[in-house]
Every structure is written in C-alpha cells, then in structure tokens.
Ligand binder design. Structure first.
Ligand SMILES: *Cc1c(COP(=O)(O)O)cnc(C)c1O
Length: 239
C-alpha cells in the first residue's frame, strides 16, 4: 500500500497526540484531532478522509462551503468545523452548512446562529472563544465574562454549547504555553461548577499541541503538520 504524505503526516500527528497523552497519563481517546484544511483543496480533504480523518476545520466561510459542496458525497461521514472569527453577515451561511462553530464570543452572533439554524438539522455545536492572554485586538470573551455569556448561549434553542476554544499567543517555552492553556481549562471548570454541561476544550495547533494536551485539551486543531505549509501563513490566517 502506498502511503501519501497526508496519510503519513496524519499518523505522525496521531502519534504526537498519543505521546503527549501518555506523558501526562491521559487516554488518547479523550483528544480529538481536527484537521484544519484552510487554503487546501477538497482533494486534500478527500485524501485525509481516506486515511481515516473525519473532522475538518475551515476558517473562511465561503471557502469552507465551497469544499463542503465539492465533497457532498461524503457529507454524512465528515464533520465540518468553522474555526475562524465570525462576522454577523456570515452567520446564516455557517448555520446552514457547518456542524460546529469555535469562534463565538458575542451573544448577538450566537442568537443569529440559533435563529438561522435550519430546523431539519441537529443543533449547531458551539465553543465560545475565550481570550486567555488579554492580547490587544484579539477575539474572545474575557475569562471573567465567560460564565454569563455561556449561560445565555446554553439557553438558545438551536445551539448546543459544548465548551471553549482559545488561541493564546505563541510562548517561548512549554511551561509558559501550558500555563496559558490552563487558563482556558480553569474557565471550563468554572462553567462546569456553575452547572453547565460542557466538556470540550478546543486548544492546541501544530506547534503547541503537546502543551495543550498537557493542559487538558480535548480537541487539537492541526493544519500545517497534516497538510503542509500555507502560502503567506502567519498573517494571512488572522483575517
Ligand atoms: C490555522 C488555524 C489552526 C491550525 O494552525 P496550524 O499551525 O497550521 O496547525 C488552528 N486553529 C485556528 C483557529 C486556525 O486559524
């Protein structure tokens, strides 16, 4: 059997997750791999799916929908996550096409998603983005405002609040990075103590997934380590 690059990259990433889990005594089954396919063609996603990958993340709504359409034949077997910052003029497209949204940080956006989620589809699964390092101009709800927002989002009929996502700035060392991720984990604990049924921590990317797993991540979002480098990566991603 010939193994493609994407196939062997996926194996390498799964192995990294397994190693990171065993370093902290976690069951690797508790960490899902989200393959971030932004900027890569539908055929690359097809290839990853042939290698056993089912969950895919896209940042740009129109680009993501074009791939969802191109891969219609696999729709029942793929799970599509919208992971980019979300503007209100894009909520309808997201509500109609995606299974998950990770970048929600305002009630108004959540309300629109709930109103616009088609009745024939299951509730849209949502992670609130929390801003754990108070970076200027960054998306995400401040940690101290996460609980009231989570309560309001959990009450919306067509959404299911699953947990939190965060994108801390890259830190120079493992312990600092883990410390930033732990702030998100602490917010999740607070939501749970308040009685919310949340279990998802969407934390970690290609460069820092080990620190995220050590901090309790249940879903790592990995692009480069699976699909390769993106043209202009670094600033093209921030939109
Ligand atoms: C691009 C992106 C990723 C994946 O980043 P890599 O460094 O390529 O693994 C994860 N999460 C978000 C929100 C992204 O925009």
């Amino acid at each position: 059997m010939i193994m493609t690059t994407i196939h062997s990259n996926l194996q390498t990433v799964r192995q990294r997750i397994a190693t990171a889990c065993s370093a902290v005594g976690r069951d690797p089954a508790g960490v899902r791999l989200l393959a971030v396919s932004k900027t890569f063609p539908a055929e690359a996603i097809r290839e990853a799916h042939a290698a056993g990958q089912t969950a895919f993340g896209e940042n740009y709504v129109q680009e993501g929908i074009a791939k969802i359409e191109a891969l219609r034949d696999l729709r029942d077997r793929l799970e599509w996550h919208c992971i980019g910052p979300l503007q209100s003029n894009k909520t309808r497209a997201v509500a109609e096409h995606f299974d998950w949204v990770h970048g929600v940080d305002r009630l108004k956006i959540a309300q629109r998603l709930s109103e616009q989620r088609p009745g024939g589809l299951p509730p849209l699964q949502v992670c609130l983005q929390v801003n754990v390092d108070a970076g200027a101009n960054k998306s995400g709800v401040p940690p101290e405002e996460a609980l009231p927002l989570a309560r309001a989002v959990a009450a919306l009929p067509r959404l299911r609040l699953c947990g939190l996502m965060a994108i801390p700035e890259p830190a120079p060392d493992f312990e600092t990075q883990r410390g930033l991720f732990l702030r998100a984990a602490a917010v999740l604990d607070r939501l749970r103590s308040a009685g919310l049924a949340v279990d998802t921590l969407s934390l970690g990317m290609s460069a820092d997934l080990e620190a995220a797993v050590a901090a309790g991540s249940t879903m790592v979002r990995v692009g480069t380590a699976i699909f390769g480098g993106r043209p202009g990566a670094g600033n093209a991603d921030s939109r």
